[in-house]
Design a protein. Structure first.
Length: 136
């Protein structure tokens, strides 16, 4: 089987005769994951970069994109940041969730709960199905 390289928004790719690789992604899941991490404690960008893969399922997070998202969240009043130099090493910009950010995180949780119900319903129906369910 060849590598599973997906380009753009494609969610499926043929990898061989009768074989498909499927990517079931939750689009824009990085933002709620980032908000969740910041709800647990304030953090600097590199710390967030290390923690995000466990929540998003992505192997690699683009550092430039992370900082663009953080700046946009700060412009919208969802996070605040301040330079801190009280830890060993160089000064770091520490990001913290605002009350507005906590409300947005709650909205993300509600939306994900609704999607979780849809996904569960799909899987229940699939597993109750007939010929399309693979036999092991």
């Amino acid at each position: 089987m060849r590598g599973h390289r997906f380009r753009g928004a494609r969610a499926r790719r043929r990898v061989g005769p009768g074989e498909w690789a499927v990517r079931a992604r939750v689009e824009r899941f990085g933002e709620p994951a980032l908000l969740l991490l910041l709800s647990e404690r304030p953090a600097h960008g590199y710390d967030l970069l290390e923690q995000l893969p466990e929540l998003t399922g992505e192997r690699r997070i683009d550092m430039g994109n992370l900082y663009r998202v953080l700046r946009a969240l700060e412009e919208d009043g969802i996070v605040t940041s301040a330079w801190r130099d009280d830890a060993p090493g160089p000064s770091k910009r520490i990001y913290e969730l605002t009350d507005e950010g906590r409300r947005l995180l709650g909205g993300w949780a509600d939306a994900l709960r609704a999607n979780q119900g849809l996904v569960s319903s799909f899987l229940d129906r699939y597993e109750k199905g007939g010929d399309h369910v693979p036999r092991t």
